[in-house]
Design a protein around this ligand. Structure first.
Ligand code: AMP
Length: 287
């Protein structure tokens, strides 16, 4: 089964090379290279080409992580292929490499980074926030069912497609959850999004993503994450105490939603499946 509008799907076994693409403008710079707007010459299919330098990947010792990112993103694509969730995970169509570089052929997110949109608009309305959070909760629910924990949901990792739809763009930090016996305790998320159990170096599981959704909801509605402080120590302390303050303009229903996700005890956090039934989501996503 292929999407008609997606000509690269039918040629996914093909061996790509850089000469197959017309390269357009630079869309942005990442840690290990740049992302370019590109068009596959034969099909005229527009995509984003992420160019990563092998040397930089080797120096930072992230080759394994990249491999995992490719595997997870490609794997999720196949799973999502038959479901609506395909719309939210940024598609990875394929990859290739030459002596110096690794190239990832990605879906082009026409409206760019969510982070920049948030900076421009300062904060989002309850309707926009609920739309994004509902979509993210759907995608995370699916990831969790497949034993994938994202662990790094933050505005910088989210992109916006041409219809204003949200896309999870970065799977670099996510893990296939190895199960309760061997859960990892490494600190690997961005500070502001870390849940108390990670700050305190305790075991963590998939409910770290539920916490991140709470942080993200707050940040979308307020313009900054809830535990932001001038120093790391203060941020850690605030997270650990769940020192949460709401600005006056936040509605009671939004406060309730955020508070139910930002629970110190992971077991008490609002389950992803209940997110869709919370009045904050229901009332704000009525069409
Ligand atoms: P990254 O290396 O993933 O951090 O990407 C660097 C920058 O390129 C990002 O901050 C985005 O602005 C842009 N970018 C990355 N991937 C895409 C994409 N698929 N579509 C549009 N812009 C992108």
């Amino acid at each position: 089964m292929y999407f008609a509008q997606d000509p690269m799907m039918s040629t996914q076994k093909r061996k790509w090379q850089i000469s197959d693409f017309d390269i357009g403008k630079n869309l942005g710079r990442g840690k290990f290279g740049s992302v370019y707007l590109a068009r596959e010459k034969q099909s005229k299919f527009v995509c984003a080409l992420k160019v990563l330098y092998k040397k930089q990947l080797q120096q930072a010792n992230v080759e394994y992580q990249l491999k995992r990112e490719i595997e997870i993103q490609a794997h999720l694509r196949y799973i999502f292929f038959y479901s609506i969730y395909i719309q939210i995970v940024l598609r990875l169509y394929g990859y290739f490499y030459d002596d110096m570089r690794v190239y990832l052929i990605l879906e082009y997110a026409a409206e760019g980074e969510l982070y920049k949109k948030l900076q421009q608009e300062h904060y989002f309305s309850e309707q926009t926030t609920a739309k994004y959070i509902k979509a993210l909760a759907g995608a995370l629910l699916y990831c969790h069912k497949k034993n994938v924990i994202h662990r790094d949901i933050k505005p910088e990792n989210l992109l916006i497609g041409h219809q204003g739809d949200i896309k999870i763009g970065d799977f670099g930090w996510c893990v296939h959850n190895p199960g309760p016996e061997t859960r990892r305790t490494t600190l690997c998320g961005t500070l502001d999004y870390l849940p108390p159990e990670m700050v305190e170096g305790r075991y963590h599981d998939a409910s770290v993503d539920n916490w991140s959704l709470g942080v993200l909801t707050y940040e979308f509605l307020v313009g900054k994450p809830p535990f932001e402080s001038s120093g790391h120590r203060d941020t850690y302390r605030k997270i650990s105490k769940v020192d949460l303050n709401f600005p006056d303009h936040l509605s009671p229903v939004a406060r309730d939603f955020i508070s139910k996700l930002l629970q110190k005890n992971p077991i008490k956090r609002l389950p992803l499946s209940s997110i869709f039934m919370h009045p904050f989501i229901v009332e704000n996503t009525k069409s």
